[in-house]
Write a protein that binds this ligand. Structure first.
Ligand code: NAD
Ligand code: AHE
Ligand code: ZN
Length: 374
């Protein structure tokens, strides 16, 4: 079949909207009609050429929601008509990682996913006879896509696609980093670096967990109002001067604690210097710093080992530690029950033809999430 898609033909170039060829689902795969997709900074990271795993030409997009329209042979867990969210972190429930119950990082199809192909080693997409690669196993910047059934979460039909899609990455990543990775406790102090589509969800997760002090850090002053909407209690703009680590350490001294430092810090920028600040702003002896941001090829993190010797822990999280098929339907229900907010964070919607405008808005710091509606 033909499907309309935004194709990244080359790194660093705008996406091009063309009709590509799509083969139907093979064994264990489903064809999904994507109804809406968010634009995450990770899509920009790969489009820009910074992703060491970036492959071109490819159809990017990994934050979608849609409907199953065809099932390949052997598919048992979903059926035609089911509303689903594609999962860039699948959940096979059979690999050593899934069975360990220690991680959400299912390894069943990671190798082929990283090479832009389906588990049988081939792509379902082509254009004028040339292969177009899949992205993060999802390629939600296409009106139709093919996914392995282990990489789709069946969700409530009550959730609107243009909101539910955000649970496919941003919401789950932010809220999950707090709940699953950091396991933040009631009364904790926290600092969130980068108040974009991910950072604001970390803030709403911290609020739900009952954190006392939630410090937001961003270079863009407009983000102060955004952070406060979701529970941020203090704001720092590091470009206004002063040492951000020192400021956080001083702000978090409580009672007879003369040392200071946040119990939990989160990097949601992808900047390795910020990651260091986040670690060093966490409390001596017990502070935990969670890296969410994704850094470009060749970049590395650094700190004095003494920071870890003195009891700080550096952690990372992918998809907020969520097990997609199990946890994503529950997060959709939280949204439907009013436990988490999504609507205000979707600041812009557009048709596929205008997808590059969504990337421009992200660059200008004017959007929180742009959502493409098919
Ligand atoms: P975004 O562009 O919406 O937000 C980034 C925010 O960081 C902006 O508000 C920006 O002003 C701020 N910022 C940039 N540099 C800063 C600095 N030096 N100090 C303070 N603030 C700064 O991006 P997003 O969609 O929220 O994604 C954030 C990061 O998380 C990206 O690196 C993305 O690739 C990554 N990400 C990771 C996962 C995961 O599973 N680990 C999931 C989704 C996104
Ligand atoms: N390809 C990059 C790494 C990109 C990355 O870390 N991706 C996150 C999800 S970001 C979603 O917006 C992730 O899930 N990582 C785990 C995995 O297995 O990819 C690189 O540096 O090579
Ligand atoms: Zn993402």
């Amino acid at each position: 079949m033909k499907t309309r898609a935004a194709v990244a033909f080359e790194a660093g170039k705008p996406l091009e909207i063309v009709d590509v060829d799509l083969e139907g689902p093979k064994w264990g795969e489903v064809l999904i009609e994507i109804k809406a997709t968010g634009i995450c900074h990770t899509d920009e990271f790969t489009r820009s050429g910074a992703d060491p795993e970036g492959i071109f030409p490819a159809i990017l997009g990994h934050e979608g929601a849609g409907v199953v329209v065809e099932c390949g042979p052997g598919v048992t867990s979903v059926k035609v008509g089911d509303h689903v969210i594609p999962l860039y972190t699948p959940e096979c429930r059979e690999c050593a990682s899934c069975k360990s119950q220690k991680t959400n990082l299912c390894t069943a199809i990671r190798a082929t996913q990283g090479k832009g192909v389906m588990p049988d080693g081939t792509s379902r997409f082509s254009y004028k006879g040339e292969t177009i690669y899949h992205y993060m196993g999802c390629s939600t910047f296409s009106n139709y896509t093919v996914m392995p059934e282990i990489a789709v979460a069946k969700i409530s039909e009550k959730a609107a696609f243009d909101k539910a899609c955000y649970i496919g990455c941003g919401v789950t990543t932010g809220v999950g980093a707090v709940m699953n990775t950091a396991k933040v406790e009631f009364g904790a102090t926290a600092a969130v670096f980068g108040l974009g589509g991910i950072g604001l969800n970390v803030i709403q997760g911290l609020k739900m967990a009952g954190a006392d002090m939630i410090i937001g850090v961003d270079l863009n002053d407009d983000k102060e109002e955004w952070g406060r909407k979701f529970g941020m209690t203090h704001f720092i703009n590091p470009s206004k001067g002063g040492d951000v680590v020192e400021q956080i350490v001083n702000m978090t001294k409580r009672g007879d604690d003369l040392i200071g430092g946040a119990d939990y810090t989160f990097d949601c920028t992808g900047n390795v210097n910020v990651m260091r600040q986040a670690l060093e702003a966490s409390h001596r002896g017990w502070g935990e710093s969670v890296i969410i941001g994704v850094a470009g090829a060749g970049q590395e993190i650094a700190t004095r080992p003494f920071q870890l010797v003195t009891g700080r822990t550096w952690k990372g999280t992918a998809f907020g530690g969520a097990r997609g098929r199990t946890d994503v339907p529950k997060i959709v229900d939280w949204y439907l029950d009013g436990k988490i907010q999504i609507d205000p964070m979707i600041t812009h919607t557009m048709g596929l033809e205008d997808i590059n405008k969504g990337f421009d808005l992200m660059h200008k710091g004017e959007s929180i999430r742009s959502v493409v509606i098919f």
